[in-house]
Design a protein around this ligand. Structure first.
Ligand SMILES: [Zn+2]
Length: 284
């Protein structure tokens, strides 16, 4: 009943708000109403225009993503059972910067900040204004757009529903350190997980795992050093609840997979029987 009322109010109020303050695509800055009708309703289209959304390369299949992880971890080391993502974040991306010339450009997108587990380089700076999925994720993570996480989560939930994913004991966002959460005001993975669960209607548990170490920059570490650095960063306060449980871990971007695999290993060690992961994008 409440949701019906909310929907009715937003149907009346939103067009009025938009006519006073038109929405602009976070990525390319064009007015969204110029390219979309007023009544497009996917939550992502509140933030991103159709042209940008269409330009984000889709992620490979779940099987291909899993094989990708096997390049970084041996079968014995890999604790993740299934992996899902919606988009691919590539370092080099072809894009058309100018509608008039239609000249395609290949540009290099800086990915270094992705590998920096907690501390972004130049986090105060604006992200590059290219139709790149990471520009949108930069807004979610560093520019104060938690509701964009809900919108991405909604899209991931629809994707998982379409694939026919499992029913999990809990959907669990990758935790950030409490000091980081205080500083940022929210955990972006938690926002995504909430969006997913609005669609899947399973059980969300944002308190299962705690991040106990405020990890410093990982950019300059080797892969082995990075794995070592992250391996003691997470604890489960009540490990008994993990016995025979299944989990879907939620993150914004999958890079090497070492953070997600560490969490999966921690959960399996506590007795969990299956850990799958989902993210907005897989970096390549
Ligand atoms: Zn756009």
């Amino acid at each position: 009943m409440i949701s019906l009322l909310q929907r009715a109010v937003s149907t009346i109020v939103n067009p009025i708000v938009r006519s006073i303050a038109p929405r602009h695509c976070l990525v390319c800055r064009i007015c969204i109403e110029e390219t979309q009708t007023l009544y497009q309703t996917t939550p992502l289209e509140e933030y991103l225009c159709g042209r940008c959304l269409d330009s984000f390369p889709p992620a490979p299949s779940s099987g291909e993503l899993y094989n990708d992880l096997l390049k970084n971890f041996s079968g014995d080391e890999l604790s993740i059972s299934k992996v899902y993502a919606r988009y691919t974040a590539t370092r080099f991306q072809q894009w058309t910067p100018d509608e008039d010339t239609k000249q395609n450009q290949i540009s290099e997108y800086p990915l270094d900040w992705l590998y920096d587990d907690e501390v972004i380089l130049d986090s105060s700076g604006e992200p590059p204004r290219e139709p790149h999925i990471l520009t949108a994720i930069h807004y979610l993570k560093y520019q104060g757009y938690p509701r964009l996480g809900l919108a991405f989560g909604n899209e991931l939930g629809a994707m998982l529903n379409h694939i026919g994913c499992d029913t999990y004991t809990a959907i669990v966002p990758v935790p950030i350190h409490h000091a980081r959460k205080r500083e940022r005001g929210y955990n972006q993975a938690e926002c995504i997980a909430e969006g997913i669960n609005l669609v899947l209607k399973q059980n969300l548990n944002a308190n299962l795992i705690r991040r106990v170490r405020y990890t410093s920059t990982q950019t300059k570490l080797s892969r082995i050093e990075r794995i070592k650095n992250i391996s003691t960063a997470f604890v489960i306060d009540n490990p008994k609840q993990c016995v025979n449980s299944t989990y879907l871990i939620v993150d914004d971007v999958i890079t090497s997979g070492s953070t997600l695999n560490t969490i999966a290993t921690t959960l399996l060690n506590a007795g969990a029987k299956q850990v799958d992961v989902v993210a907005i994008a897989k970096a390549q």
